[in-house]
Design a protein around this ligand. Structure first.
Ligand code: SP5
Ligand code: ZN
Length: 347
């Protein structure tokens, strides 16, 4: 039986419009059409519309203050002068209270909406517009519905989450991600009684958010292969090989940074290493970014559909109940086929 596909029409409601990169507004690549391109390629799979889930797991994985901010900041922005004054209906931060500013002092909550916009966002590329919250929240419901299918006895389920999630931390959003769908799936699998969960992240970029959320956790492993941030790639500060977790999580994080231009051979070998790292866990979450593909505009990796199919075989053959969560992948003409190749391989 093909792996069931969980989706929600609400995930189309987030329109990034643009990403401000090095000060320049560029077109956003994480567009609603991604959902339809992937659905089209998966027409042989059973389709399940996501059902509503309460905020319980969401508010344990993410700080409640951050969740409240994301749920309300756009409406608040629209009450300010920004749309009329500068033609800006997207929330765009410009001051970030990082340690460069705070220097150990406790900051006071910013009164202005445009001041507060930088409190929970860590880059200028990830804008909040009308529908961003609704789409991100629907993506969480997709992930949790896929968890329900697996805890109900399906061997695997695929959650067509959009916007993606693996760059979102406990306290904030960035990297086109708002809520960490994969981390929420992993926590829900823990709550359902799976005593150890492994997250294997195949996205072309390091999932710094997921890594941070489970950094000190011994019960959730995080393994990722990605283009080497040391070669200059997002998320720049994390994803290096020496990062292995801390405290109870010492050794439960594994990073395999790969050189620019890496193709199927060494990429699939790295997936094999991550499969060994995940072996023995009671449940598996796959952060399925297909932006490692050769045609993808956001990464220099050169993986093909055969590589993704091989990755699916390696992870599927672990025989662990699996929730596969969509992350990145931006080349509209090929993303559907890449996701289908992975799911066919996973079996
Ligand atoms: C989930 C995911 O794949 N997030 C990737 C975020 C990486 N974005 C880095 C952007 C670097 C500049 N890209 C210029 C393209 C302008 N649209
Ligand atoms: Zn990515």
């Amino acid at each position: 039986m093909p792996i069931p596909v969980v989706w929600s029409p609400e995930t189309r409601r987030h329109e990034p419009m643009r990403e401000v990169w090095v000060g320049v507004p560029t077109d956003g690549t994480e567009v609603p059409e991604r959902v339809d391109r992937i659905l089209d390629a998966l027409d042989g799979h059973d389709r399940v519309e996501a059902g509503p889930h309460d905020d319980g797991v969401l508010r344990r994985v993410h700080a409640p203050a951050f969740v409240d901010h994301l749920a309300t900041i756009h409406a608040e922005w629209m009450q300010g002068p920004y749309d009329g004054l500068v033609g800006q209906d997207r929330v765009v931060p410009y001051v970030f209270p990082t340690s460069a500013m705070t220097q150990g002092m406790p900051p006071t909550r910013a009164a202005a909406t445009h001041g507060r916009a930088g409190q929970f966002g860590y880059d200028t590329m990830t804008l909040v517009g009308p529908g961003t919250w609704e789409a991100a929240r629907a993506a969480v419901d997709c992930a949790l519905t896929a968890v329900d299918l697996v805890t109900g006895g399906d061997a695997a389920a695929y959650a067509l989450c959009r916007p993606p999630g693996h760059h979102a931390t406990r306290d904030g959003y960035g990297g086109s991600c708002y809520l960490n769908n994969s981390a929420i799936a992993a926590q829900a699998l823990r709550d359902a009684g799976h005593s150890t969960v492994a997250v294997v992240d195949l996205d072309a970029h390091h999932g710094n958010g997921t890594q941070a959320i489970f950094w000190e956790r011994g019960d959730v492993r995080y393994g990722s292969l990605h283009v080497d941030p040391g070669a200059g790639w997002f998320p720049h500060y994390f994803g290096h090989a020496p990062e292995r977790g801390a405290g109870d999580g010492e050794g439960t994080t594994k990073n395999l940074p790969l050189p620019e231009g890496t193709g199927d051979g060494p990429w699939v070998e790295a997936v094999r290493e991550l499969a060994e790292f995940a072996a023995g866990a009671d449940a598996l979450v796959v952060s399925l970014g297909v932006d490692a593909a050769a045609d993808d505009p956001e990464s220099p990796l050169q993986v093909t559909a055969d590589g993704y199919a091989a990755a699916g075989q390696l992870l599927g053959s672990l025989g662990i109940p699996a929730v596969v969560v969509q992350e990145g992948g931006y080349h509209l003409d090929t993303i559907g086929g890449l996701v289908a190749a992975y799911l066919d391989g996973h079996g």
